[in-house]
Design a protein around this ligand. Structure first.
Ligand code: BGC
Length: 451
């Protein structure tokens, strides 16, 4: 079964010399040192204090202590021959209140990371916003307040002014569908708001900020490689019943289409009644402000979703058929291991004419690892990565616009509402001692890249 490529050993050469290889992280999941050196509070600092919001009551207070150990961790990236490192800037570390005062110690910290990467021959790929909204801005309405467009613009300008001379690769935002959907509609991520009245303005303001961020970067840094990242789901209907098929189409709009279509000038998909209400938040002139011509889009894919019609789910009328009830192989997140998903999403997004280039800015898996005799063998993660890379190659060879692949993630870290339980790293972290052990998958990636 499977194509030739899936059965062949993959090697780096098959992807071509200009294919970008990397590893991805995000500040709130690794840094820790939340109260250090003038950092302000983020919505996640507050959310993790609320009872029952994060598994086992975990917080990101220490996380992987990357704040103090970044040199050691970047040295590990170098040791594994990984040429590109994606990390995010913490907005509350550089602007403690989200707007106004700039914290020079925070700026110095990111400058040290950037400089050390370059010293090690590693290219920094910077995400400007990976979900850690300054709490002071949330108190003013956060993403529901249109003023966020000017707060965000000021923050982007601070990033450009301080890091733009050395950072060539930028991602304006990480997965807007997740921070608006989980954070402002379902309430399962920070700041824990719920309902369509929070969700719709958050969506529109996120679109405006994404495009505005892109434009500011382009004006100031005409040669920069400018992108933004999307969570992309491979969606299939539960059955051929037309009700399930149209439920899957509706899920596709929410999971995949809203943000990319809006920011690319197509406007909001209006095939779903409730989405028409987003017009209430659109002001004259917004149509122009909403779009930007990104150099690349970051696709982040982990699994596929099977969708069934359901009258019980408001607005969308569709529900996910849980992978755990489908008798399929699962990761520690209870996500199905389904490598063709990444092939399907590359094909799907390549079909948009305005998409110039796709970088897989996240793909990876969590499995329960065990340390034995000072080593971590993780054959399931290794197989997952190899099978997904093979699918990426297949999509590329068939004309998909994919030009890079970044593993999620470097070290085991703080997995949001799931706390420290899911381990996604190619490097194991003992959270009591902060000791790092390169897992089997990490060693393989290093050999693969060296080859
Ligand atoms: C996010 C990461 C997260 C990963 C695994 C993505 O949605 O960008 O921050 O850890 O998926 O859940």
């Amino acid at each position: 079964m499977g194509s030739d490529i899936e059965n062949k050993q993959i090697n780096r050469q098959l992807f071509g010399d200009d294919f970008e290889w990397g590893v991805s992280t995000a500040a709130p999941q690794i840094e820790g040192s939340l109260d250090t050196d003038g950092r302000g509070r983020s919505v996640w600092d507050v959310f993790t204090q609320l009872k029952g919001k994060v598994l086992n009551g975990d917080t990101a207070h220490t996380a992987c202590d990357f704040y103090n150990r970044y040199r050691d961790d970047i040295a590990l990236i170098k040791q594994l021959h990984i040429p590109n490192f994606r990390f995010s800037i913490a907005w509350p570390r550089v602007m403690p209140n989200g707007t106004g005062e700039v914290n020079q110690t925070g700026i110095d910290y990111y400058n040290s990371i950037i400089d050390f990467c370059l010293e090690c021959g590693i290219e920094p790929w910077v995400t400007i916003y990976h979900w850690d909204l300054p709490q002071e801005l949330e108190l003013k309405g956060g993403w529901t307040n249109r003023d966020i467009v000017s707060w965000f613009s000021d923050y982007v300008k601070v990033c450009i002014a301080n890091f733009g001379d050395r950072v060539k690769n930028w991602m304006v935002m990480n997965e807007p569908a997740v921070f608006t959907g989980a954070g402002y509609f379902l309430g399962v991520h920070a700041p824990g708001r719920t309902g369509i009245k929070n969700f719709l303005p958050a969506v529109h303001h996120a679109v405006l900020c994404m495009a505005t961020g892109g434009r500011l970067l382009r004006q100031a840094l005409p040669n920069a490689n400018i992108g933004t990242t999307f969570s992309c789901s491979d969606i299939a209907p539960y059955s051929t019943n037309p009700r399930d098929v149209s439920a899957a189409n509706r899920a596709d709009i929410f999971f995949n289409r809203i943000f990319i279509e809006a920011v690319s000038g197509m406007g909001y998909p209006d095939d779903i009644k409730v989405l028409k209400r987003i017009k209430n938040y659109i002001k004259p002139g917004d149509e122009q402000l909403m779009s930007f011509d990104f150099d690349f889009i970051g696709i982040q894919n982990y699994t596929r979703e099977i969708i069934k019609a359901s009258f019980l789910v408001p607005y969308i009328g569709a529900k996910i058929v849980k992978a755990e009830n489908r008798g399929v192989p699962l990761t520690a997140m209870k996500w199905e291991v389904y490598p063709p998903a990444i092939y399907n999403v590359i094909k799907k997004f390549s079909a948009y004419p305005f998409v110039k280039k796709i970088i897989i800015t996240e793909n990876g898996s969590a499995f329960p690892d065990e340390v034995k005799d000072g080593e971590v063998h993780d054959p399931l993660r290794l197989a997952y990565l190899q099978q997904h890379m093979a699918q990426v190659l297949k999509a590329k060879q068939e004309g998909g616009k994919v030009a890079g692949y970044f593993i999620w993630t470097l070290t085991d870290n703080f997995e949001w509402a799931e706390g420290y339980h899911p381990r996604f790293g190619i490097i194991h972290v003992d959270f009591k001692t902060q000791q790092r052990i390169i897992k089997g998958s990490g060693k393989w990636y290093g050999e693969f890249l060296k080859g």
